[in-house]
Design a protein around this ligand. Structure first.
Ligand code: UGA
Length: 433
């Protein structure tokens, strides 16, 4: 068992901390937000993540939560940095939180320790973190900095951590590698040890490749619509080739979330900074921006303006299984509808609360899909929640004023839509009138 501290209790920090406690370590999670810390001390997760709260409650004896970073870091064997690296206006990553934690570590540690950078940071940042810590150390101790990028996805974060596809460890000294192998003993995943810059690059390259895969399938979907092919069949046929793989080939209205948009822009920015143009990543970014507006563009087939239209919106979050709205397509689509004079009613099983903070008065929030679509002139599907996928299609025809369903996540089979007598337009498939 090791004494571990984790800086930051967002998706990365909290899930890491809880899973390390589950693996037998004593873990102190540090956050600056007193209210959040109080919640977590009561065993309540401040983020919506399936299975996380249960695992927290199960491991409360090994888990500690505090705002007192000095106390947490001073005698830790290992300190994980899991604070955010949000996007700056120019597309680069804002590293001020990460560097802030590095300063705090330098002033607090009283024994040798390994500092593990889990936050997604541009290539070369681990070196900078080491420099900051070593140049401000208060006590005469040895510090080893290791890169250990995170590959968890929201909605399946606990599973992705306990049964990770891989654990990537980037170190410059053998000792740090040995410590991290010890930390992850018992985890069900292959461990890849490399140098720090390669580890940092593995993270960006992985996320950007997935973003590229999505933008690629979205472009093929757009072309399928034009030439009369069916993207679902095309993706199925492609996916059987194990060199391509069948995952992340779901066409839709583009990727959102806190990672792909930010990480594609950050790597593109970094390449530019080094006078290199990452053309494929740039293409992924551009395609995604356009794709987000796809349904609105499609809707022009059915009406010229949103003025006085009753619009039903199903799904607000960037994907199912999370209440996160970051970079969700709804954030650009709903304001456009509202500006154009639409009456918007929206439903989301967990994301409505957060959306309401942004649009308290101009959107009506409904508890059920039925209430949302009742008397609607058109229905937009932005998130493929199970409740939407399992919804009885005949109800659209029954409850809506005009049963036009614009589906940005291909939730239904075309033959079911045809049978249910709805006007159904999805992505990369024939439209049903
Ligand atoms: C993503 C990666 O999947 C994780 O491996 C990574 O660790 C994480 O970023 C991170 O860097 O922290 P996440 O953003 O939680 O995870 O969500 P994804 O499931 O990857 O979905 C991202 C977006 O892509 C969503 O908007 C989703 O709807 C979209 N998507 C995904 C598609 O449009 N089509 C697909 O086939 C798959």
């Amino acid at each position: 068992m090791m004494k571990i501290a984790v800086a930051g209790t967002g998706y990365v920090g909290l899930v890491t901390g809880v899973c390390l406690a589950e693996n037998g370590h004593s873990v102190t999670c540090v956050d600056i937000d007193e209210d959040k810390v109080a919640l977590m001390r009561d065993g309540v997760s401040p983020i919506y993540e399936p299975g996380l709260e249960e695992l927290m409650k199960k491991n409360m004896e090994k888990l500690h939560f505090t705002t007192d970073y000095q106390q947490a870091y001073k005698d830790a064997d290992v300190i994980f940095i899991g604070v955010g690296t949000p996007e700056k206006k120019d597309g680069s990553a804002n590293l001020s939180y990460v560097y802030g934690v590095a300063e705090q570590i330098a002033e607090s540690i009283e024994k040798d320790c390994v500092v593990v950078v889990k936050s997604t940071v541009p290539i070369g940042t681990n070196d900078k973190i080491e420099e900051i810590i070593k140049s401000s150390l208060k006590n005469d101790v040895n510090v080893y900095v290791a890169s250990n990028p995170e590959f968890l996805a929201q909605g399946s974060a606990v599973k992705d951590t306990l049964h990770a596809s891989r654990i990537v460890v980037g170190v410059e000294e053998e000792f740090a590698g040995k410590v991290l192998r010890e930390v992850y003993k018992g985890f069900d995943a292959p461990i890849i040890v490399t140098n720090r810059k390669s580890a940092e690059m593995i993270k960006y390259a992985s996320n950007d490749f997935l973003a590229l895969k999505i933008s690629f399938i979205n472009e093929i979907a757009n072309l399928c619509e034009i030439i009369g092919a069916d993207i679902e069949d095309v993706a199925l046929g492609m996916g059987y080739d194990t060199r391509i793989g069948n995952r992340f080939l779901n066409a839709g209205i583009g990727y959102g979330g806190s990672c792909f948009p930010k990480d594609t822009k950050a790597l593109h920015w970094l390449a530019n900074f080094h006078d290199y143009e990452l053309k494929t990543v740039k293409a992924a970014i551009d395609v995604n921006e356009n794709q987000k507006l796809k349904l609105i563009k499609k809707s022009r087939k059915y009406f010229d303006s949103f003025k006085d239209l009753n619009v039903a919106v199903l799904g607000l979050t960037f994907k199912p299984g999370t209440d996160d709205l970051r970079e969700a397509p709804t954030l650009v689509n709903i304001p456009l509808m509202l500006e154009d004079g639409a009456n918007v009613k929206a439903w989301d099983p967990v994301g409505a609360k957060n959306f309401k903070k942004l649009h308290p008065d101009d959107v009506t929030y409904c508890e059920t899909i039925e209430d949302t679509i009742k008397d609607a002139d058109v229905c937009f599907i932005f998130t493929e929640w199970d409740e939407v996928k399992n919804f009885d299609l005949t109800k659209y025809a029954e409850l809506m004023k005009t049963p036009i369903v614009l589906d940005g996540r291909n939730c239904y089979r075309l033959k079911d839509a045809a049978k249910a007598k709805v006007i159904y337009d999805s992505v990369g498939r024939e439209s049903i009138n």
